[in-house]
Design a protein around this ligand. Structure first.
Ligand SMILES: NC(=O)c1ccc[n+]([C@@H]2O[C@H](COP(=O)([O-])OP(=O)(O)OC[C@H]3O[C@@H](n4cnc5c(N)ncnc54)[C@H](O)[C@@H]3O)[C@@H](O)[C@H]2O)c1
Length: 336
């Protein structure tokens, strides 16, 4: 990765203390960007606590719905990576109106203040969940969306808004991410590969329901590199666009077998009949590869290895703790 582009020096990462932000923010700092994290610490500060000595790093603990704090945070910011969200389907269903407030209503004021403050780039993390259920057909960015949950509906609406707000002075792009996997210092054990790995390590047995259903997965190192590339990309290549970043379309049974391999076969795999909600997604990431040269370099096996390594290093043990699970933690915080 090259040096920071001149015109983007300072980046505001909302939700930067989250799972993705905790890997992304250190990368941006390492590249010489000034990074301000804006986060209400819904889950924990574990992903950013080691950054406080870094002169390029600053932190605002606030809610994205607090417009005064949003306004104050934008001074001299060139680019926003807007990760703050209720960030999966089940947690977004807990209180749909709260989800709408955070995952959609907060966008327009943020963008309006950002434009006034001279911000000229906005990177929006969307989700392949916008496609709904697709059985083994590869979907691409030209296919219709079919959002089935409040989370996905907010993602679709935010993409539309981002596109509308893009202009020659305001580069705005959406990245439809696959399910992210791998180790982060703000760990989530409510994401499929991460959860399966934790259950396997803990129980030495893993039940796979169905197993043939495909789930696009992308390593956290790859998705954070993609975000960095969107910071650096020439505006003309990304402005007003939507890119899939789905990574590997992998059957759940293949994931389980990968985990078994990493655990040196010390795992009993049990096959069970498919359950009701066995969604199958198959998403094409050809566009981002063709237009921006971005493709995943890490595998699901790499993600599993990193999580197992973190376990043996004592970085986590009880994957059932609420801090690792967005639904549990939101309930615990009494946000709903
Ligand atoms: N992790 C994935 O697999 C994945 C896949 C597709 C899209 N995304 C999207 O990427 C973004 C980040 O995901 P993540 O996995 O890092 O999630 P995360 O839940 O770990 O992080 C979200 C962060 O946002 C913060 N936040 C939540 N509500 C806030 C509010 N009202 N004000 C300020 N901060 C708030 C939280 O404290 C948390 O630190 C989300 O938009 C998510 O929808 C994630």
């Amino acid at each position: 990765m090259g040096k920071a582009l001149k015109e983007i020096k300072k980046i505001l990462v909302t939700g930067g203390a989250g799972y993705i932000g905790s890997v992304l923010v250190p990368k941006l700092l390492h590249l010489g960007y000034e990074v301000k994290v804006f986060d209400n610490l819904t889950y924990s500060n574990s992903g950013i606590k080691d950054l406080f000595g870094n002169p390029l790093f600053s932190f605002i603990e606030a809610d994205i719905r607090d417009l005064e704090k949003v306004k104050q945070s934008l001074n001299e910011v060139d680019c926003i990576i807007h990760l703050a969200a209720i960030s999966n389907d089940p947690s977004a269903e807990l209180d749909q109106s709260l989800t709408r407030e955070i995952n959609y209503d907060a966008y327009l004021p943020l963008i309006q203040y950002a434009k006034k403050a001279g911000v000229h780039r906005f990177i929006n993390p969307s989700s392949i969940g916008v496609y709904g259920i697709n059985f083994d057909n590869y979907v691409n960015e030209n296919d219709p969306v079919n959002p089935l949950t409040e989370y996905a509906r907010c993602k679709v609406k935010s993409e539309v808004l981002i596109k509308e707000q893009s202009s020659s002075d305001f580069t705005a792009v959406s990245l439809r991410c696959g399910t992210v996997c791998g180790w982060s210092s703000r760990m989530r054990f409510d994401l499929s590969v991460n959860t399966l790995t934790a259950v396997a390590l803990n129980n030495k047995r893993l039940t796979v329901w169905g197993g043939g259903q495909k789930r696009p997965q992308i390593h956290i190192d790859d998705i954070t590199n993609f975000f960095v590339s969107l910071v650096m990309a020439p505006s003309i290549k990304i402005n007003g666009k939507i890119f899939n970043a789905a990574g590997h379309n992998t059957e759940v049974m293949q994931i389980a077998e990968t985990i078994k391999k990493v655990l040196n076969n010390d795992l009993e795999l049990i096959s069970a009949p498919p359950r009701e909600d066995e969604r199958s997604y198959c998403v094409s990431s050809e566009l981002i590869e063709k237009e921006l040269g971005l493709f995943p370099k890490k595998t699901i096996e790499d993600a599993v290895i990193d999580i197992v390594k973190a376990y043996h290093e004592g970085k986590w043990n009880n994957y059932l703790l609420p801090i690792y699970n967005n639904v549990k933690q939101i309930k615990e915080n009494k946000l709903t």
